[in-house]
Design a protein around this ligand. Structure first.
Ligand code: COA
Ligand code: ZN
Length: 302
């Protein structure tokens, strides 16, 4: 399989990165970082999550963030993560039509994350699909590659999960390595199975960088034909309900790599690095991205 000559990056820092930061980041600061991400050319951004503010107080300004960016940039593709029906309703009322609904593949993490069994989450998804026929749902398959509570997740288990979603009409699935424990062999083998079997599902990957393998694993995924990769500014990230979760694949590092192998992203690396620096200087988060002070002598295509 040839690597696609264009990869779509979905920036998830404002959601996956900010959610694990305890100290409240002002809404103005969040807007500034997201504006910078947009300025660098990113067209698909997960802005926030419509979750219980009791569970994740950082996301209490979801309405304001969503409203602001949807009004200002109607041409861009914004999404938000939701854990339940209530979250979909809130996001919908703000005008969002791209929703990432999360169900873990493993029971242990689904319970810890959204306080439901996997079955209960799927039943809720059915109701969402029936009541909101005009939304595009991306199913976030958390713990696809392993669970901090239940351990290994077999390919068969992932396959049954995907089949169940497929039968409900889901055609976009984001395979999440929630705690960053996947490896190139596993990515290769699982994608071989899924891409062969579900030709009309668009699979995305979302890989945390716990063992410094986020880049390699994402590279293997694009070599298998994946076109949509999630990444996070500065490598910010971590699920508050998954012990051991660390930062994500860093967007700027990934853009740099893609630039160097002539894969187009439409993102300006230097602008992105500058906003990653701004983020690191002002927001006290977990960053797995690497060197930020690059020499002007190092050039990039974009
Ligand atoms: N938005 C805002 N408030 C919500 C909500 C939502 N989507 N869903 C539930 N709530 C409120 C309820 O109204 C209730 O408030 P009250 O105590 O004032 O009545 C409270 O939250 C608890 O509701 P309940 O339905 O009992 O939820 P729960 O305690 O079983 O928790 C979730 C379930 C899904 C709401 C919660 O686990 C959650 O928000 N998880 C987020 C997980 C996450 O973001 N993980 C990281 C990304 S993968
Ligand atoms: Zn994540």
């Amino acid at each position: 399989m040839e690597i696609n000559n264009r990869i779509e990056i979905i920036e998830v820092g404002p959601r996956d990165g900010f959610q694990s930061i305890k100290e409240f980041i002002s809404t103005e600061e969040k807007k500034k970082i997201i504006e910078g991400i947009i300025e660098s050319g990113v067209k698909k951004i997960q802005l926030t999550s419509f979750v219980s503010p009791k569970h994740i107080p950082q996301m209490q300004d979801a309405e304001e963030i969503a409203k602001y960016f949807l009004n200002k940039y109607p041409e861009l593709e914004f999404s938000a993560l939701v854990p339940n029906y209530r979250g979909v309703k809130r996001a919908y009322e703000m005008g969002l039509r791209n929703i990432a609904y999360v169900i873990s593949v493993s029971e242990g993490h689904n319970k810890a994350n959204v306080n439901r069994s996997v079955d209960e989450s799927f039943v809720e998804l059915e109701k969402i699909l029936a009541d909101f026929p005009d939304i595009n749902i991306t199913l976030d398959a958390a713990t696809t590659f392993g669970c901090p509570f239940d351990g290994e997740v077999s390919y068969d288990k992932v396959d049954s999960y995907v089949k169940r979603a497929y039968d409900l009409g889901i055609r976009t699935i984001n395979l999440c390595d929630t705690i960053g424990i996947s490896n190139p062999k596993q990515i290769d083998e699982l994608l071989t199975i899924l891409l062969e079997k579900y030709k009309d599902i668009e699979f995305q990957v979302h890989i945390h960088d716990t063992r410094n393998m986020g880049m390699l694993n994402s590279y293997i995924a694009i070599k298998k034909g994946i076109k949509h990769v999630q990444a996070s500014l500065g490598g910010m990230g971590g699920c508050p309900f998954a012990p051991g979760a660390s930062g994500n694949l860093s967007t700027e590092d990934f853009v740099y790599m893609l630039d160097k192998i002539n894969i187009e992203t439409g993102i300006n690396f230097k602008k992105l690095v500058n906003i990653a620096k701004e983020c690191r200087d002002n927001i006290n988060g977990v960053y797995s991205g690497h060197q930020i002070n690059i020499s002007d002598k190092i050039s990039c295509n974009s």
